[in-house]
Design a protein. Structure first.
Length: 440
């Protein structure tokens, strides 16, 4: 079931070229992990439509057309666009990456005395023990060809480390920007966030592409929450039609920790978001929200896994899609409740609105429960705009277009309300409101 393409078969050559950029790092433990992952990748191949989890999203086919690790330069004319992006989050700790490389002139740290926020390649030189202990800490059951590919070429990305009892007041915003004006671009950010006991932080990952050529992003983010830690994590994807994206977010929680996530997808040719949460502590709480608004032939696939490993934990999940034209949505949500995870409460919901006969949704909520003292539910709904509600609004003097936009906005808004960074929520609110009023 491996994808056999000239690009993957020449992967060793790409890797050797990549090694030449590592200087004295070839003998490091990190590089041994890279080589091990490359070997695993050759055994696994990349998942395609024959793999159950990728049945509706054959993103490997697109990857085989784009793959080249060589970094393209970006034009200085892009500075204006970057500054416009940054303008909405001036009061934030920010790191900006362009075509995979850190742009120091655009990055700003406001609270750098409180925590470590570094480019991963720089952080490894200063915190090798922390990175070696937690980097790529995945079990064999979580092997994925794209994650192994990312590990094989892991170099640039973000390392965040909070000691115990630290509260970061300002949000952390990470910008991953692709400049495709000179050709197709592949980036593979690798991020590691370590949050200490009783510490709190809000982190946003934003993905943008500029230029006329294709871009392909293969990103992995690992997040570890110590006891009583609180992390708000947001992933925003307002990307272009020629953008392809596969992202893996792997979260491990300890006792009494709280993890809140919101994923918003507003564009992209083919998007695959994998979110995996291991609730490896008692009294953990996890809240997951997702919103996708697509048109044309855009495609989004949200794949989530929540693994309740210890007693007395709570998870809540709500993903919504608004699909127009010939766009496609996929939702595959899995909840596992292990034998010793008694007193678990777990809820999962997927709700979808199709605005055209050509739009489609494939949804598969799943529960696997080995404990007997639990409260769990899951469900999915798919439909069109409620005609009674539409009639009511029109009877109050609204045009059909305005009434439709209002109903769609209300449908989307209970996901946006869970974004606790005002600047980002307000910006998205404006973009979505304008789009719904204009397009629908």
């Amino acid at each position: 079931m491996a994808v056999r393409s000239i690009k993957l078969e020449n992967l060793q050559q790409e890797f050797q070229a990549f090694e030449q950029t590592l200087n004295g790092e070839k003998n490091s433990t990190l590089h041994e992990l890279r080589k091990k992952s490359l070997s695993t990748l050759h055994e696994l191949g990349l998942p395609n439509s024959k793999h159950e989890d990728y049945k509706y999203t054959n993103i490997a086919r697109q990857f085989s057309k784009v793959f080249s690790y060589a970094t393209l330069p970006y034009s200085n004319t892009l500075d204006k666009e970057i500054e416009e992006l940054l303008a909405t989050n001036r009061e934030a700790n920010s790191l900006v990456f362009v075509n995979g490389n850190l742009s120091e002139k655009h990055s700003t740290l406001i609270e750098e005395d409180k925590f470590k926020l570094l480019d991963l390649s720089y952080a490894y030189k200063h915190f090798p023990e922390a990175i070696e202990e937690y980097f790529n800490d995945l079990g064999p059951e979580k092997l994925d060809g794209f994650e192994e590919l990312n590990t094989s070429f892991a170099k640039n990305g973000v390392f965040i480390k909070l000691e115990n009892n630290v509260v970061i007041e300002k949000p952390v915003v990470l910008y991953f920007i692709k400049d495709t004006s000179a050709g197709e671009v592949l980036t593979m950010p690798r991020n590691l966030f370590l949050v200490g006991e009783n510490s709190q932080v809000k982190i946003t990952e934003m993905f943008h592409t500029f230029g006329d050529h294709k871009s392909f992003t293969n990103t992995v983010t690992e997040i570890r929450l110590a006891k009583h830690a609180v992390v708000d994590y947001y992933k925003i994807e307002p990307d272009r039609t020629a953008a392809y994206h596969i992202g893996h977010t792997n979260v491990t929680q300890s006792d009494d920790s709280v993890f809140n996530s919101v994923t918003v997808t507003l564009g992209g040719s083919m998007i695959r978001n994998n979110l995996s949460i291991a609730m490896d502590g008692e009294h953990c709480e996890s809240n997951m929200y997702g919103l996708s608004i697509l048109r044309d032939d855009q495609h989004v696939d949200n794949n989530t896994t929540v693994d309740h490993l210890k007693p007395n934990s709570y998870s809540n999940e709500l993903y919504k899609n608004i699909l127009d034209d010939a766009s496609t949505g996929v939702f595959n949500g899995k909840i596992y409740v292990r034998q010793y995870a008694q007193k678990t409460n777990a809820f999962q919901s997927n709700r979808n609105i199709l605005l055209s006969d050509d739009a489609s949704i494939n949804t598969k909520p799943q529960l696997e429960i080995w404990a007997d003292d639990v409260k769990c539910s899951h469900g999915a709904t798919t439909g069109q705009i409620d005609q009674d509600q539409l009639f009511y609004l029109r009877s109050r003097g609204l045009s059909e277009e305005s009434a439709r936009a209002m109903l769609l906005y209300a449908f989307a808004h209970d996901v946006l309300d869970n974004i606790r960074i005002d600047a980002i929520r307000d910006s998205l609110d404006g973009v979505i409101s304008t789009r719904l009023n204009k397009d629908f």
